[in-house]
Write a protein that binds this ligand. Sequence first.
Ligand code: IFM
Length: 480
Amino acid sequence: MTRSFPASFLWGSATAAYQIEGAAAEGGRTPSIWDTYSHTPGKTLNGDTGDVAADHYHRWPEDIAIMQQLGLQAYRFSISWSRVQPGGRGPLNAEGVAFYRGLVEALVAAGIRPVVTLYHWDLPQELEDEGGWANRETAYAFAEYARLMARELGDAITVWTTLNEPWCSAYLGYASGVHAPGRTEPAAALAAVHHLNLAHGLAATAIREELGEDAQLSITLNLHVIRPDDPSSEADQDAVRRIDGLANRVFLDPLLGAGYPQDVLDDVAHVSDFSFVQDGDTALIAQRLDVLGVNYYSTTRVRAFDGEGEPEQADGHGNSSATPWVGTEGKVEFVQQPGPYTAMGWNIDPQGMHDLLMRLHREHPGVPMMITENGAAFHDVVSADGAVRDRDRTQYLHDHIDAVGRAREDGADVRGYFVWSLLDNFEWGYGYDRRFGVVRVDYDTQQRVVKDSGWWYAQLIATGSLPAHDAIAPGPVHPR
Ligand code: IFM
């Protein structure tokens, strides 16, 4: 049976400022934590930085033309805070604001809905110098920035996403240190979790004060699908509970009005007493969500650690010296998953997408969802004729979008899907070595080539029905 989606289902693609814009020192932009981190020797593969990236800052008209060719209905991008408000406080930078103004107006004119993310990991460096997300003041600065952006762009934006994947900002940035700012301070990571949640609540409030109750508010979470190694083992089930608490419930529960889960507070009591949570914070965080952004790529498998030797750390986020899983040391092991794998080493498991959406539907009924990221990195090969016949990526997209369709048919309220990513881009610690785009970027010439997966996606958008994974028709198609 061919999987079909209603005409109201929103099809888009996603990117993020530091990963594609480049122009790091142009137009009044000041450094963010990712500029500092990527310029620190040894932090990124091959020493790659986002200085030039996909040069989207100069090539955005061409990129919008590609979106039109693909028939995209929406485009999810992020604003570089230090481009529009250098230093993260004080007056706006007119040149930076003008860049985004031009972008969103061109998108609207092209019939593509702008879905904005206010924070995709690039904190102005000055705010990190004052403590970063471990400092409560950062949440207030973020809310002020959000208010100013609502004032500047409010007439054109379809959905306001406050944060992208606060799990990564907090735990990879402050606990394992494999992301900027590269700190390995577990207690600071937990403070960051709370201040990111608070930042979301304060920003949502500020945006609604500026734009009224109709403003569509969202946050994007990279929710984890965690499986027990041995489902019949109570100890493994408890390992799942611990990781689920840190990965999912410590965000979902406060955002959706239930406050911090007591079992998580108990689990991490030896690291932090959560005294950074002040009276009134839980109410501030729990602002109405018009849509929950869900990012899904792969699954995680855990078991209780038996204390023998070194615990396995096959979660794709750890390294030998530090782990993002604050407070679980000596208790939980991350087990290698069965393949196949993408070039990130992440396992491919479309059933995980269905499981995740059904869990959210069951536990949080009435919260509409959008898949704000899903996609795969593979080591693409450019054929002699210049085409990129990325069958592996097309298969991945086919199987995961099929799982989204199945979840919808099973009752989950999923309203859109954004492929990660429109363009090959700066994949953080992996630099330019991992390519997620449905459009190839030649980093020497900045030439763009739509990959077969991009043309396949265009057919899906044009017809509203899932094409077979090998039904590739290169070239623009006519939108429905
Ligand atoms: O590239 C990232 C993106 O910035 C956030 N979500 C996961 C993607 C792939 O790693």
